[in-house]
Design a protein around this ligand. Sequence first.
Ligand code: ZN
Length: 393
Amino acid sequence: MTELHTCPGCGVKGMQVFHRQDSVPTNSCILLESREEAFRYPRGRIELAFCPACGFISNMAFDAKLTEYSGRYEETQGFSGTFNTFHRNLAQRMIERHNLREKDILEIGCGKGEFLLMLAELGNNRGVGFDPGVHQERVTGEAAERVHFIADFYSEKYAQYAADFVCCKMTLEHIHPTAEFIGTVRRAVGDRWDTTVFFQIPESIRILRDCAFEDIYYEHCSYFTTGSLARLFRSQGFDVVDLETEYGGQYLTIEARPARGTPTLPLAKEDDLSELAHYMDEFPGKFLQKRETWRQRVQEANAKGQKVVLWGSGSKGVSFLTTLDVGDAIEYAVDINPYRQGHYMPMTGQKIVGPKFLTEYRPDVVILMNAIYREEVSRELQRLGLAPDLCTL
Ligand SMILES: [Zn+2]
């Protein structure tokens, strides 16, 4: 008999494991000082299970004690022009849509604080951001005095911070007890009926359909689709106002308000359970095939004496390298974030270098971890006078 797990989202006992990976690093974005430290980095297991009742996918082997979120956590995408344009447009859209001017904004999991600062700048708002990895000294500019940061996880004890707009981007996927967490947010909002809650997370139908194995890693223990995200919010006392996918279909966003009176009806796009079950069935086969294809590609390049580097040393890069397990066939990972350069990839040990390093290394193949940056990276390679074969996942 296959073991059935209880869903952390809806509480039904019916989750079955469909994907396993042993020995993966328990963090992707921690700055590691040496190759030795990288090699002996703590490992954990991935056992992804699917809930047929609500569509939620969770790593049932996840242990929160093994992950670290601290000052040496370096995840920002804020050094990319492509990302900054998207981020600024998102902030502007939220300000227009929810009339965020001279309002109080709370951001849960604010990272390095860029988004909160943008909302404060563009709408003359005030803000409080929560994140154990925040670096106050890196937050500068005219609006910096209107935002303050608390270097801690958001929890019940901060419920006194009332806000007109609560946002939480790329954080919920790091939390295992999802229903408990959304319940905490709902209780903190209380009877402030006009408060809008905005969440952004990775979209997971794409991950299953395209077998985007680079998007599956230890830190991400929770995987949502439009349907499972909406069902979770409704079950915790929210009305779903809007659900969207953006950033090349990679991000899923939800806008919700505290539910009052007659609940709103589910949106048509929430009906994704059978589609999800289908992609889940196909996933194990696709995974083996895709991993083999990439392994061969790297090994063939190696056999021809070609040099291969990764572009993107964040979570996708870490997952790609640990899944492929090709040792030194890939020697370096490139990153434009200067804070990551000079450090090492957990477990596989590649050194993280800046783009300029490539002018002396002269790679033949660059594997880009996220297709959305193709144009930006292509321009950068050209600027450096390089013409390697640029392939994207
Ligand atoms: Zn469920």
